[in-house]
Design a protein around this ligand. Structure first.
Ligand code: ACO
Length: 431
C-alpha cells in the first residue's frame, strides 16, 4: 500500500487519535482505522459495509454516481462492444489486454480443461431431478476439490493458476450439466472447436439424436452477457469468496461459497425474480399497480432489477443489456415480445416517478438480461447459474489477488454485542 496522503483527527472524549488517509488511483480516499481499537478500545460500526473498504484491489473500479464500470481501467461499454469474454477474463486475471499470441495460448489452456472428471457424472446423479441448478452447482463446484487435489495448495502459485483455469473452463460445463440433468436429458460433452459462449449453448441445447448448429448471433449475445457479468468489485458474493479464502480454504470451496451467496434474490437471483415479476405484471396496464406496491412501505414487494447499492445512476451494464435485448429479440423476430414491452414501459414510468428518482433507483444489469436469456430458450432457473459461470473469473481473479498479497490476514469482523451480560448457569429444575 502507498504512503498516507494526509491524516484525519478523531476526537473521542478528550483523546485525539490520528487516522492515516490513503488515496487510490481514482475514487474516494479511505481512512485507515486498523489501529483504532488498540488506540481507543472502540470498534467502528458499519453493518452492510456501506462505508467500509475491506481490501485494496487493482482489478475493477465503479463510480456509482457517474454510472461507470472499469475493468483494469477499461470501460465496460468498450469491452462489451470491442472485446469478448475470454479476452476480458485474461484482462481481469493478468491485468493487461493480451497480445494475439498470449490470447491463443490462454484460449488453448482454457479449452484443454473444459471436460469434468468422468466420475463427476455419478455425483450429479445423486441430486433430485427437480433440484434448482444453483443448488446442484453449489454442491458440484465445492466437490471439485475432491476431484482435483493437485490444484488445492493455495501456497503454490502454479496450483493457484491451474485452479483458476480449471474453474473458468469447467463452470460452463457444470452449469450445462445441471440444466441437462434437471430436464432429464443426457449430458453433452464440451466441443472444443466452438468458442466459449457457443460451446456453452451447444452443451445446453444439443441432443445426441440431432445435429445442433449454434446460431452465431445468439453466441455473440451470450458472450456479451458473460462479459457484462465478469466482475463487479467487492459485491456480496466476491466479498464472500475473499472472506472464505482468507482462512486458507481451497479455491473450489471459496467459489462454491460465492455461488451460494450469489443465489439470493437481492444479488444474482434478481435476474430470475425480475423476469418472473415482469411476467406476473403481464400487461402494460397493470404497471401502475406494481409501482404502487413497490412504493408502499408496508408491502415487502420491490421492483426487481431496480436499484443498486453502488450505482446511483444508470448501471452501465443495463444500457448495453437493453441494446442487446432489442438486437436479439429483433433477430429472433419476437421484438413484440410482451415481456419486453412491459419492461420498457415499467422503466419509463419508474424513471419519471418521484419515489424512484429521489432514491436514485435505476435499472440494474438484471432488468433486461432475463428477457434475452428467455428468448434464447433458457428457463428462469438457469439465469443465476449463467451469472455464476460468468462471474467465476471475477471471483477467482479477486481471490488470486488476495492470496498473492503477503500482508493478507484472515477476515474477522467484530460486533456491537446486544445480548445478555454475564450470568451463571441455572440447573433445569431451578428455571
Ligand atoms: N424497489 C422499491 N424500492 C426500493 C428498491 C426497489 N427495487 N430498491 C431500493 N428501494 C428503496 C428501499 O425501500 C429504501 O427505501 P427507504 O430509504 O425509504 O427505506 C431505499 O430505496 C434504499 O434501499 P436499500 O435497500 O437501503 O438499498 P441497498 O443499497 O441496501 O439495496 C438492492 C440495494 C439490494 C440492490 C436493492 O435496491 C434491491 O433490493 N433491489 C431489487 C433487487 C435487485 O434488483 N438486485 C440486483 C442487484 S444487482 C446485482 O446483484 C447483479
Amino acid at each position: 500500500m502507498a504512503e498516507p496522503t494526509r491524516t484525519a483527527k478523531l476526537t473521542i472524549d478528550d483523546k485525539v487519535i490520528d487516522l492515516p488517509i490513503y488515496s487510490g488511483t481514482i475514487g474516494p480516499d479511505v481512512l485507515d482505522i486498523r489501529k483504532l481499537y488498540a488506540q481507543s478500545d472502540m470498534f467502528t460500526y458499519d453493518p452492510g459495509f456501506t462505508s467500509t473498504a475491506a481490501c485494496d484491489s487493482a482489478i475493477t473500479y465503479i463510480d456509482g454516481d457517474k454510472g461507470e464500470l472499469l475493468h483494469r481501467g477499461y470501460p465496460i461499454d468498450q469491452l462489451a462492444e470491442k472485446s469478448h469474454y475470454l479476452e476480458v477474463c485474461y484482462l481481469l486475471l493478468y491485468g493487461e489486454l493480451p497480445t494475439l499470441v498470449q490470447m491463443k495460448d490462454f484460449e488453448g489452456r482454457i479449452t484443454r480443461h473444459t471436460m469434468v472428471h468422468e466420475q463427476m457424472h455419478n455425483f450429479f446423479r445423486g441430486f433430485r431431478r427437480d433440484a434448482h441448478p444453483m443448488a446442484t452447482m453449489v454442491g458440484v463446484v465445492g466437490a471439485l476439490s475432491a476431484f482435483y487435489h493437485d490444484s488445492t495448495d493455495i501456497n503454490d502459485p502454479w496450483q493457484r493458476e491451474v485452479a483458476a483455469i480449471r474453474l473458468i473452463a469447467k463452470l460452463p460445463t457444470i452449469a450445462a450439466m445441471a440444466y441437462k440433468y434437471s430436464i432429464g436429458q443426457p449430458f453433452v460433452y464440451p466441443k472444443n472447436s466452438l468458442d466459449y459462449a457457443a460451446n456453452f449453448l451447444h452443451m445446453c441445447f444439443a441432443v445426441p439424436c440431432e445435429d445442433y448448429v449454434v446460431n452465431p448471433i445468439l453466441a455473440k449475445a451470450m458472450d456479451r452477457i458473460m462479459t457484462l457479468h465478469a466482475d463487479h468489485e467487492q459485491n456480496a458474493s466476491t466479498s464472500t469468496v475473499r472472506l472464505a479464502g482468507s482462512s486458507g480454504a481451497n479455491p473450489f470451496a471459496c467459489i462454491a461459497a460465492g455461488i451460494a451467496c450469489l443465489w439470493g434474490p437481492a444479488h444474482g437471483g434478481a435476474n430470475q425474480a425480475c423476469l418472473e415479476m415482469l411476467r406476473e405484471i403481464g400487461t402494460v396496464d397493470r404497471i401502475p399497480e406494481y409501482i404502487r406496491k413497490a412504493k408502499d412501505k408496508d408491502d415487502p414487494f420491490r421492483l426487481m432489477g431496480f436499484g443498486h447499492r453502488v450505482y446511483k445512476n444508470f448501471d452501465p451494464r443495463a444500457k448495453v443489456m437493453k441494446e442487446s435485448a432489442d438486437e436479439v429479440l429483433g433477430l429472433l423476430g419476437v421484438e413484440n415480445n410482451p415481456t419486453l414491452q412491459v419492461a420498457k414501459e415499467l422503466e419509463r414510468i419508474a424513471l419519471e416517478d418521484d419515489y424512484f428518482v429521489s432514491k436514485k433507483l435505476y435499472p440494474n444489469v438484471d432488468f433486461y438480461s432475463g428477457i434475452i436469456l428467455d428468448a434464447m430458450g433458457f428457463p428462469t432457473s438457469m439465469f443465476t447459474p449463467i451469472f455464476a459461470l460468468s462471474r467465476t473469473v471475477g471471483w477467482i481473479s479477486q481471490w488470486k489477488e488476495m492470496i498473492g498479497d503477503p500482508t493478507q490476514k484472515i477476515g474477522r469482523p467484530r460486533q456491537l454485542y446486544t445480548g445478555s451480560a454475564f450470568r451463571n448457569y441455572v440447573d433445569t429444575h431451578h428455571r
